[in-house]
Write a protein that binds this ligand. Structure first.
Ligand code: HEM
Length: 509
């Protein structure tokens, strides 16, 4: 615990054995607040120190240094801290977020072309159909309830998200709203869960050294779940190959990736703009020695979409609706934009192109991602020693294997970058105001080659769901809506403690 004192680095007082984690383990602070406390305690510093258990790690405060580390000097920080070996968890270890070095590079290069704008556009109709169907179901419920529906939206968005992700990642149609107990929903929910014991295991897994994990044999994805997804993917792949079926989904793209046929195409540029928050893809040069791409790999990749995508997209949608309900002027302006798009479409279904034109919707989503980033912190593991320097000239070397944290939520809520940060103000992201923004301080999807591969997918899902929700309903605060909202301190991602209750009132035009 004298590591930082010896080096002249400011650091938060560690608790015996657990370091900064004790307040989280006691349920007093969220994991993000516990780990990134140094950001708030030492304003003006470029970085501070934090102990996770007994390991000294750094929190990087300065967005410019973050960018240097994550982009220009990427070869010093190639891995996430949470790399999981294939021995510890053969399923999770195969997913992109948790793989390292060569396997990561190979996987990212192969998968990136599956997430471009034109691929998203091809999937858009599937997404739009699901959203439309879910809203019709809600209308029926509302009519049954005398045209007002007090409902918990997290459950609805989670079902919708899981159905859509099951459809686009596994090629299987499910309807968890009408069949609440189907096995794709229950298994997907288990995989996506970042709260309770499962959330705790994710969190611990990301922090314990590999030697310890090997010794205690923690596996996050239980074998029966891995076997279930492996079985499903093998069956779907066999059926597709035998019957030459082509469906615009990820299974198709993964099969192309397996044959080395998946490429970015010219049409991508036109559709790549999924919104202001979309992150740039830093394409990696392919490595010469390939990684074998089996059905098991495909199943693990498809599973990535569940735990990478469902909870985070659900969180984004819930907090967006919360702010929309709380700020009637935002809802009015958004509705006007949505209505004009619907009118131009002459009541036909939403298209990808018209979604790209909804500027105010994009501003509302960007502001939600700023104030309520679903992942409040990300990390890197040092792969080559790296020197960092504070404004007072204090220089330290980040050692190989050491972990650094990039405190997304604290930067997003820092008044020097976003004045009056807890005010929900989509105008920060208007065309006129964007040039005042410090672009490097807005990083909801991370930064550099290890940024989020799914930013386009999630922006497409969120915009599509919100469009159909607001075309159909006016969202009002309900008796059970919590203002201010209580955050679930035990969840690994951002979540509310007591759900997201709203009153949905069908619109009459
Ligand atoms: C609102 C929704 C989402 C948010 C806020 C979000 C945010 C993030 C963040 C902050 C990271 C770490 C980036 C870094 O370390 O620089 C990340 C990584 C990742 N995300 Fe997302 N994400 C979202 C949705 C999705 C979806 C829908 C997918 C599904 C495909 C996805 C797949 C991934 C993967 C695979 C990685 C690891 C990338 C790598 O290591 O190369 N995410 N995401």
């Amino acid at each position: 615990f004298d590591y930082f004192a010896k080096r002249g680095v400011p650091f938060g007082k560690p608790y015996p054995l657990f370091g900064a984690l004790w307040p989280y383990l006691k349920g007093e602070k969220s994991p993000v607040d516990a780990m990134c406390e140094g950001y708030r305690h030492f304003p003006g510093c470029t970085f501070s120190g934090v102990f996770l258990f007994r390991s000294p790690c750094y929190v990087i405060h300065d967005p410019e240094l973050i960018k240097r580390i994550a982009v220009r000097d990427f070869d010093h920080f190639v891995d996430h801290a949470n790399n999981v070996s294939l021995e510890v968890d053969p399923f999770l270890g195969r997913t992109l977020f948790f793989s390292d070095g060569h396997r990561w590079k190979q996987g990212r290069t192969a998968l990136s072309p599956a997430f471009t704008g034109s691929k998203m556009r091809n999937m858009f109709e599937l997404v739009s159909d699901y959203s439309d169907r879910a809203m019709r179901r809600l209308i029926d419920d509302a009519v049954e309830n005398g045209r007002k529906l007090e409902t918990e939206l997290k459950d609805l968005f989670q079902r919708l998200g899981l159905d859509v992700i099951t459809s686009i990642s596994l090629g299987i149609d499910v309807d968890s709203i009408h069949q609440p107990e189907n096995e794709f929903f229950s298994h997907g929910k288990h995989l996506a869960k970042t709260t309770g014991l499962q959330g705790f295991r994710y969190f611990i897994m990301s922090l314990l050294p590999e030697k310890v994990l090997n010794a205690i044999g923690i596996r996050i994805v239980p074998e029966y779940l891995a076997n279930f997804y492996h079985g499903v993917v093998s069956q779907v792949v066999k059926h597709r190959l035998e019957n030459s079926i082509v469906r615009p989904d990820f299974i198709h793209l993964l099969l192309q990736a397996r044959r080395n046929e998946l490429k970015t195409d010219k049409a991508d540029e036109q559709f790549n703009d999924a919104g202001f928050s979309t992150v740039q893809e830093h394409l990696q040069a392919p490595t010469s020695t390939g990684v074998e791409w089996t059905d098991y790999d495909n199943a693990a990749t498809a599973a990535t979409f569940f735990f990478g995508g469902v909870e985070s997209t659900t969180s984004l949608l819930c907090f967006a609706v919360y702010e929309i309900a709380l700020n009637p002027h935002v809802q009015r302006k958004l509705r006007a934009e949505i209505d004009s798009v619907q009118e131009a479409l002459r009541n036909e279904k939403l298209t990808y192109e018209s979604m790209q034109h909804m500027k105010y919707l994009d501003m509302v989503i960007s502001e939600t991602l700023r104030k309520w980033p679903p992942f409040g912190v990300t990390n890197r593991q040092c792969t080559k020693p790296y020197q960092i320097e504070d404004i007072d000239g204090c220089k330290v070397t980040v050692e190989k294997g050491q972990v650094i944290f990039l405190p997304i939520q604290d930067i997003h809520r820092d008044p020097q970058f976003f004045p009056d940060p807890m005010r929900f103000d989509p105008e920060r992201f208007s065309t006129e105001n964007r040039h005042n923004l410090k672009q490097d301080a807005f990083l909801p999807f991370g930064v550099g080659p290890r940024n989020c591969i799914g930013s386009r997918l999630t922006l497409m899902l969120t915009k599509c769901f919100l469009y159909y929700l607001l075309v159909t309903f006016e969202v009002q605060l309900a008796e059970r809506t919590e203002v201010p909202i209580q955050i679930d301190l035990k969840a690994t991602g951002l979540n509310s403690k007591n759900g997201f209750w709203f009153q949905l009132v069908p619109r009459t035009k």
